[in-house]
Design a protein around this ligand. Structure first.
Ligand code: FBP
Ligand code: MG
Ligand code: MG
Length: 330
C-alpha cells in the first residue's frame, strides 16, 4: 500500500507485475509538461514571437500525451477526445489508453483549475489488427484511471483498483509525491454541483432532487444545501474526493438526441472508476455508468455521481419516474 511521502515512481514500482505502470509513468511525464504550458498561460504567446502559429492548449496537451506514449512498448493504441479516430502504436502492446487531454477548456482564459483525464483498458485481442471496437469496452474493464488537476497545486489522482491515491507535483524536483492515500467520500453530503441555468430543460427526477435540496431545512431533506459549479469535471470531482458532495451533468432537453454532455470513454468512465473506488456511486440515472456498453468512441452520457446515499436517492427517483403509470392502462 502506498503511503504519504512515497514518490509516484515508487508506488508504480510496487504495483502488480501486470499493471500498466510504464504507461502511467509516461502519462505523468506528459502531464508535467502540460502543467508547464498551463503555468505559462499568455506568456507562451509572448515567448513564441517568431511568427509560428499558436496552437490551442487542448491541442498542445493532446500532442504532449501522444508524444510521450507513442513509443511505449506495452501500449497498442490511444484514443483522445480531440481526435476523430484512434491512433495505433505498438502491435504487441497489451493496453489501450483513452484520454481527455484538457478538461474544462472554458476555464483556461479565466485562470480557473483545469485538468487531464485518463483511462487504461486491456487490449482484448492481440492476435489481430487493432480496431475501433477494441476501445468500446465497459468501464468495469478499466485497469487504471485518473486525472491530473492543474490548480493552485498540480495533483495526480488515480486508482488501479487499489483505492484512490493523490500525488502532489513537487515542481522543483518535477516529480509527484503521495499526499493522501485511500481517499474515501462520505455517504452523506450537504453540497451539490449542477449547471442551474439548464434547470428548465431537466428531466423530472433531477428537478425533484434539486428542488428538495433548494428547500433546505424547510423541506423534506431537513437540512440546508450549498451549491457549486466550476464548469470543469476534473475540478468538481476533485472537490468531491476532498470534501464530499454530488456532481451532476444529466441529460437535458436542449439536445434530446444526445444522452448527455460528457463523454463516456474519456470522462465518465475514468471518473466513475475513481468515485466507486472511493466508496461513492456513479450512475446515468438508471444504471452504473461503468456497466454501459459503448457503441461509439465519442459517445456521450448523462452523469450523476458522488455521495452514496444521495446517488441512491437519485436512482430511486429515476426508477419511480420510469415505472409505467398504472392509470394509463385503465
Ligand atoms: O459549460 P457547461 O455547460 O457548464 O459545461 C461544463 C462541462 O463541460 C466540460 O468542460 C466538458 O469537457 P471539455 O472541456 O473537455 O470539453 C466539463 O468538464 C464540464 O463539466
Ligand atoms: Mg472534458
Ligand atoms: Mg477536453
Amino acid at each position: 500500500m502506498v503511503a504519504v511521502g512515497d514518490s509516484f515512481d515508487s508506488y508504480l514500482s510496487k504495483a502488480k507485475k501486470d499493471a500498466p505502470a510504464a504507461i502511467l509513468r509516461q502519462v505523468a511525464r506528459a502531464c508535467i509538461d502540460i502543467n508547464d504550458l498551463v503555468q505559462q498561460g499568455a506568456l507562451a504567446d509572448i515567448i513564441n514571437v517568431q511568427g509560428e502559429v499558436q496552437q490551442k492548449l487542448d491541442i498542445l496537451s493532446n500532442d504532449a500525451i501522444l508524444d510521450a506514449c507513442r513509443d511505449e512498448p506495452t501500449l497498442s493504441g490511444m484514443c483522445s477526445e480531440e481526435n476523430e479516430s484512434f491512433y495505433p502504436t505498438n502491435k504487441s502492446g497489451k493496453y489501450l489508453l483513452l484520454f481527455d487531454p484538457l478538461d474544462g477548456s472554458s476555464n483556461i482564459d479565466v485562470n480557473v483549475s483545469i485538468g487531464t483525464i485518463f483511462s487504461i483498458v486491456p487490449r482484448p485481442n492481440t492476435k489481430r489488427a487493432l480496431t475501433t471496437s477494441d476501445f468500446l469496452q465497459v468501464g468495469t474493464e478499466q485497469v487504471a484511471a485518473g486525472y491530473v488537476i492543474y490548480g493552485p497545486q498540480t495533483i495526480l489522482v488515480m486508482t488501479m483498483g487499489d483505492g484512490v491515491h493523490m500525488f502532489t507535483l513537487d515542481v522543483a524536483r518535477k516529480c509527484f509525491v503521495c499526499t493522501r492515500h485511500d481517499v474515501k467520500i462520505a455517504a452523506d453530503t450537504k453540497e451539490f454541483a449542477i449547471n442551474m441555468s439548464n434547470m428548465r430543460h431537466w428531466d423530472a427526477p433531477v428537478r425533484k432532487y434539486v428542488d428538495e435540496c433548494l428547500l433546505g431545512a424547510q423541506g423534506i431533506r431537513g437540512k440546508d444545501f450549498n451549491m457549486r459549479w466550476i464548469a470543469a469535471m476534473v475540478t468538481e470531482v476533485h472537490r468531491l474526493l476532498t470534501r464530499g458532495g454530488v456532481f451532476m451533468y444529466p441529460w437535458d432537453r436542449r439536445y434530446p438526441e444526445k444522452a448527455g454532455r460528457l463523454r463516456l470513454l474519456y470522462e465518465a468512465n475514468p471518473m466513475s472508476f475513481l468515485i466507486e473506488q472511493a466508496g461513492g456511486a456513479s450512475i446515468n440515472g438508471y444504471q452504473r455508468i461503468v456497466t454501459i456498453r459503448p457503441s461509439e468512441l465519442h459517445q456521450r452520457v448523462s452523469v450523476i455521481l458522488g455521495a452514496k446515499n444521495e446517488i441512491d436517492r437519485l436512482a430511486k427517483y429515476h426508477a419511480e419516474a420510469a415505472k409505467p403509470n398504472p392509470l394509463a392502462r385503465m
